[in-house]
Design a protein around this ligand. Sequence first.
Ligand SMILES: [Zn+2]
Ligand SMILES: [Zn+2]
Length: 386
Amino acid sequence: MDIKKTVHNNLSEVIGHRRFLHRIPELAFSEEKTADYVADCLGKLSLEVRTGIAGHGVVGFLDTGRPGANLLIRADMDALPIAEKTDLPFASTHKGVMHACGHDAHMAMVLGAAKILCDLSDGLSGTIRFIFQPAEEGPGGALPMIEAGVMDDPKVDYSVGCHVWPDIPEGTVGVRDGVLMAAMDQFDLTIIGRGGHGAMPHQCVDALEIGCQVVGALQRIASRQMNPLTPTVVTVGSFHAGTVFNVIPDTARMNGTTRTFDREIWDSWPRRLEKIISGICSAMNARYEFTFEKGFPPVINDAFMSDIVRRCARTTVGEKQVIEPDPSMGGEDMAYYLERSKGCFFCLGTGREDGPSIHNARFDFNEDVLATGVEIYCRIALDLLG
Ligand SMILES: [Zn+2]
Ligand SMILES: [Zn+2]
């Protein structure tokens, strides 16, 4: 059985999936047409299809009827609120929405792997579930899918997923043991002062100016409190205060995100942030409302599973093309599957010189990468269940 040839024979169909899905991008938790298409494709295969999980989640369940390993292969379905600027003949037909994070590719590869593995199922033992989850871009569809039982019955032993990755060169595959991506959170802060005339600051409590102090001070958590050898990020991504030049505003609103690979630091964020916020507000006679929403856990790959993925990637693209990528401060809700099974999230290189990053209105990639992803998925399944 020549897997490479089989994948090659299926490539035009996989590219077809990608292009169809690219035309109909849908935002988190509204992936209705996407889910219909995915369920339709899976319905043509010899597996059980479950739909409507945690919103529009879809699972294709392949049961070989023989005892063996239980593998989960994961794709994400949602797109971003970005107006596409690619000029591709299959560009988005949904105004202001675009598959700018490659989730169209992720779905196409899992659909391709599902078809080939169904054809090969006579030689496999155990189960494979092909997971299509909503809302990776936030607030996260993985956890609601897991809470709906997609990792149970039988319990998943191994999980795998991948992301197209412009940070490493086209044609390479990035596999990394241990931590790959950061824990990510969101915080919201409103500072409440007392407004008044711009010429009379002594009669006011200037929420805007206090907000500026807070933004500056929050930056000192990463630069002055953390060990420089332990990466952390505190970003204030929005700040709104005031309406006109001669009025001191009574409120300032901001929100932002924190990132770390370290679970202890992750737990400490709300305390660290609030200590600074309350200290400044108290000194300046302002009140505040602060909420901290814990996000996805860090993405941590299992050494055993990473080893299998690395081996399968080497067979697929050659020894030299498999590299160890730097970890990223980005977050991914693949983390939840990895917390509950031996799992590995790997990177498919799509980087080229001056190529756009993901989340960019011009993001695109060489579709050859789809064959690489499908082949690696098939090899992993054959390795664990063959
Ligand atoms: Zn993204
Ligand atoms: Zn993504």
